[in-house]
Design a protein around this ligand. Structure first.
Ligand code: NAI
Length: 698
């Protein structure tokens, strides 16, 4: 192995090259080596200036996450100490960036006099995604560089952004198309020769001066920018830290930032968010689909059905650069679907998140047809027609006859048996489920449903297409509702009885929101439409008395202005006397005694059955690992990311408590959702967690 940092001198310019594969993360060994190399270059009288660069595919892409929580994370030299050292160097310094300069990597570059970058590179402060804030001066130097408002935007977004934008912001001093090191050397030599000096970022004042007289003005900015991050601590801490840059000297501000950082690092939310970060990576590892399995080539995709899901799926694919042909039953339905797609893009253009040009490019990738002949040359076809096995049989039978060999056939079914669907074709190895979530152009989750006979390269292809379409794919097995909807059903099993026994829709919804969900189940029902569940129950010969009474009155929720709640302004739910009257009548008819229901009881009767179902799903091998279930729930159903998903939350909460309460409610209600999963019971008895189960395959 070579040195982590090597120095080469080029005509009076020392080039310090970091080589710490795979992403040049700021491990303790790397920090020490860079610190030493800086010291040597400073002492070497033959050196006039210093370039800090990286070998491999990227500049320093951030902290060494594996060192989080260990002594190494803060061991001398810590990153703030290293940056402070960099700021005492008397010779001009420049960071030469390629790939991605993220988090601690970007903060490191803030210790240099200059930053130059390849045009293809990106920069960003992604700490917020781990429930943290930048902890090495990023919240103090970024405002001094770009002003506090822009700095807070960058920190709250957590997204890497292109270097051209960073150049406009003044974060990057020069952008080069190629030859980064030679250009960086020439850049800094010019500065040396011209005798140019620059004020270090820490000492700059121009971008923050106007805020200093009345820094409390910034409180309104913080409130505005964090209002959609309800319940998360890190965005609030980020706001406070950026404000500290307006009220404190840099040393004091850095100390403030550090204290906030440490509090977050030790908090439950960051533990949960780091769990989800790793869970997402882990989900990409699929048993039987190793790196040796080659994905099939996909250029052209067919989508059948231009309804709610088909339109959104087509948009995601077009966004990923695929040519998409949408097939509908008739011209009218097709035009309606394509029109809705166009209008949805228009909203993005209006909001400024997409240019008109980008919209035009995406629309040009979409075409419509009513003839199966036009799908002949598709490499992948995703079916999103009515949820009816007869309709699916018809569609897959037709597809099987016309598509070329090797084409992949996918169903977006929510509940139906993917193996049965595969059986409608003569090529079951090429069939799988691709279960998108609504709205499909927005929601990140993609459940890839692996059938009994689905071939590994078909799964590999779906994973690749999913990623290109901007999704987070999780591979699951075949069962009613797969992972997500099956657990959702368990969560909903008590929805009616909670109301009959004395809770109100508003109380249940508030308990959910207090837990951190974006909305509660009745608000969700009103938004999705009470008629959807009603129709499904009719088809199955089932009945939910309260919901179906509302549906029979034509009260479908938001779209009719009335559901569990009434919506006088079209959007804001207002508790409804009529709903309460229905609940009380049904309770009387069923002789249910009404009483006060606590928020704890609401959680025990919704969340616990769902976790229990998750354990059953693991036992059956429908999900590969507990953390996959967490990814499904955070990205598909809005489970609060600060709680890390249901299985992670269950671990923190204590499996023994959950088992004890499931048994209690099982005795009270005799409902099958409370039958404790043998796996859950065993882990609880042995004092283990789902995480232990995942690590040891216990
Ligand atoms: P939808 O009713 O909005 O759209 C279905 C479309 O398919 C309609 O435009 C219809 O004209 C068309 N269609 C029906 N039969 C056809 C045929 N034989 N050939 C061509 N086109 C045909 O339904 P939605 O909500 O988009 O659902 C589609 C599928 O996606 C279903 O299997 C559903 O279970 C599933 N799904 C729905 C979700 C949702 O939230 N709506 C979420 C995830 C999956």
């Amino acid at each position: 192995m070579g040195d982590i940092v090597s120095t080469s001198a080029q005509d009076g310019i020392a080039v310090l090259t970091i080589d710490n594969p795979s992403v040049n993360a700021l491990s303790h060994a790397m920090r020490s080596a860079l610190d030493k190399a800086l010291q040597d270059a400073e002492a070497d009288s033959a050196v006039d200036a210093i370039v800090i660069a990286c070998s491999g595919r990227t500049f320093v892409a951030g902290a060494e996450i594996k060192e989080f929580g260990t002594d190494k994370a803060m061991a001398n030299p810590s990153l703030p100490e290293l940056i402070a050292h960099l700021e005492t160097i008397t010779k001009p310094t420049v960071a030469a960036i390629h790939g991605t300069a993220l988090g601690g990597g970007l903060e490191l570059s803030f210790g240099c006099d200059y930053r130059v970058a390849l045009a293809s590179s990106k920069v960003g402060l992604p700490e917020i995604n781990l429930g943290l804030i930048p902890g090495a001066g990023g919240t103090q130097r970024m405002p001094r560089l770009v002003g506090p408002e822009r700095a807070l935007d960058i920190i709250l977004s957590g997204k890497p952004f292109p270097v051209e934008a960073a150049h406009e912001d003044g974060i990057i001093d020069a952008v080069f198309e190629d030859d980064l090191i030679a250009n960086a050397v020439a850049f800094i030599r010019d500065k040396v020769q011209a005798g140019t000096t620059v004020t270090r970022i820490r000492d700059r004042d121009d971008k923050i001066a106007e805020w200093k007289d009345d820094p409390d003005r910034f409180d309104a900015v913080i409130a505005d920018k964090t209002k959609k991050k309800r319940g998360l601590d890190a965005p609030v801490a980020a706001g406070r830290a950026v404000k500290a840059a307006l009220t404190m000297e840099i040393e004091e501000g850095q100390k403030f930032e550090r204290d906030q950082f440490i509090a977050l690092m030790e908090g439950e939310q960051s533990v949960a968010q780091r769990h989800i970060f790793f869970a997402q990576r882990e989900a990409a590892k699929v048993p039987g689909v190793g790196k040796d399995v080659q994905a099939r080539t996909v250029r052209k995709v067919g989508v059948i059905g231009a309804g709610t899901m088909g339109g959104g799926i087509a948009m995601s694919l077009a966004n990923g650069g695929y040519d998409v042909t949408i097939l509908e039953m008739n011209r009218e339905a097709l035009d309606k679907g394509l029109d809705r797609v166009s209008k949805t893009y228009d909203i993005s253009v209006k909001r400024g998140s997409m240019t008109a040009d980008a919209k035009a490019k995406r629309m040009a990738r979409l075409s419509g047809t009513t003839s199966y002949d036009d799908l002949k040359d598709c490499d992948l076809i995703i079916e999103a027609v009515f949820e009816d096995i007869g309709v699916k049989e018809d569609v897959f039978g037709k597809l099987d006859k016309i598509v070329k060999d090797g084409a992949i056939l996918a169903s977006n079914t929510s509940y139906l048996d993917v193996d049965a669907i595969a059986g409608f074709t003569g090529r079951p190895a090429d069939v799988l489920g691709t279960h998108f979530f609504s709205p499909a152009n927005v929601m990140k989750l993609l459940e890839i449903v692996r059938g009994k006979e689905t071939s590994p390269d078909v799964i590999a292809t779906a994973l690749e297409v999913g990623k290109r379409a901007g999704k987070i794919p999780v591979v699951v097995g075949v069962c009613h509702g797969f992972v997500g909807n099956r657990m959702l059903e368990a969560r909903s099993a008590e929805a009616e009885d909670l109301l009959l026994e004395g809770a109100s829709p508003a109380q249940v919804d508030k308990a959910f929101r207090d837990f951190g969900w974006p909305m509660g189940p009745y608000q969700m029902s009103d938004l999705a439409g009470i008629d959807i569940g009603w129709r499904k129950r009719q088809a199955l010969g089932e009945r939910a008395e309260i919901a179906d009474t509302l549906a029979e009155k034509g009260d479908f929720g938001q779209k009719t202005g009335k559901g569990y709640y009434s919506y006088e302004d079209g959007r804001t739910p207002v508790p409804r006397g009529e709903t309460q009257a229905i609940i009380e009548r049904v309770a009387r008819e069923k002789s249910v005694e009404r009483r006060d229901i606590s928020d704890d009881e609401i959680m025990e009767r919704t969340l616990y059955p769902m976790i229990n179902e998750g354990a059953k799903i693991l036992e059956e091998g429908i999900a590969t690992r507990p953390s996959d279930i967490d990814v499904v729930w955070v990205y598909g159903y809005g489970f609060p990311v600060g709680k890390g998903g249901p299985m992670h939350w269950a671990d923190r909460h204590g499996l023994a408590t959950i088992v004890e309460r499931l048994e209690h409610w099982g005795k009270e209600t005799a409902k099958p959702v409370y039958e404790v999963s043998p796996l859950l019971r065993r882990l609880a008895d042995e004092g283990k967690s789902f995480s232990d189960f995942q690590k040891q395959g216990a």
